[in-house]
Design a protein around this ligand. Structure first.
Ligand SMILES: [Zn+2]
Length: 174
């Protein structure tokens, strides 16, 4: 069981990042840590909230295609922000706040970065209502931060405090 993160219609040589459920949890954890440190605009915060709440309910069904993101006419800046988030995650930013050590995350992030980088001008798509309009500022309560992990609480509470999400064995002594 796993999740498919795809980039159909991009110029990337690889179009699919298939992650096990555990690797998907890690993927969202490390992107959330990086994104919470960077997001400033409503679109950016909505993206990071999507990551913070990712793979909490739809286990095994939470992959998405990059074209599904609610890109706007400002997509060049939005794409640059997503790359910035991936790059910050690649520096292992905030990984000291994880209870585990993720050995494969950097490889997954590198592959995903190439997929995002290859994204051409997104084609406006009919968007599923669930994604909403990311130009609208998210509810302030969702942007409140966990006192322990300093990431968004989101709709579902801090993902790093969630006992259901323990993708890898805890670090020795951690
Ligand atoms: Zn927390």
């Amino acid at each position: 069981m796993g999740n498919r993160f795809t980039a159909y219609g991009t110029r990337a040589s690889e179009h699919l990042l298939y992650l096990s459920n555990g690797s998907t949890d890690v993927f969202f954890d490390v992107l959330t840590l990086a994104g919470c440190a960077l997001a400033e605009t409503p679109w950016q915060r909505n993206l990071v909230l999507h990551l913070a709440d990712g793979h909490r309910i739809g286990r095994g069904f939470d992959g998405f295609d990059l074209s599904e993101l609610p890109w706007t006419e400002d997509w060049p800046e939005e794409k640059a922000f997503l790359l910035e988030v991936v790059d910050k995650a690649l520096t292992r930013y905030g990984w000291d706040r994880l209870a585990y050590d993720p050995p494969y995350a950097q490889g997954d992030l590198r592959r995903y970065r190439a997929m995002v980088a290859g994204l051409p001008a997104p084609v406006p798509v009919r968007r599923p209502a669930a994604w909403g309009d990311w130009r609208v500022p998210p509810p302030p309560a969702e942007l409140e931060r966990c006192a322990v992990h300093d990431i968004y609480e989101g709709r579902l509470g801090c993902r790093l405090c969630d006992p259901e999400l323990v993708p890898l064995p805890p670090r020795p002594g951690g």
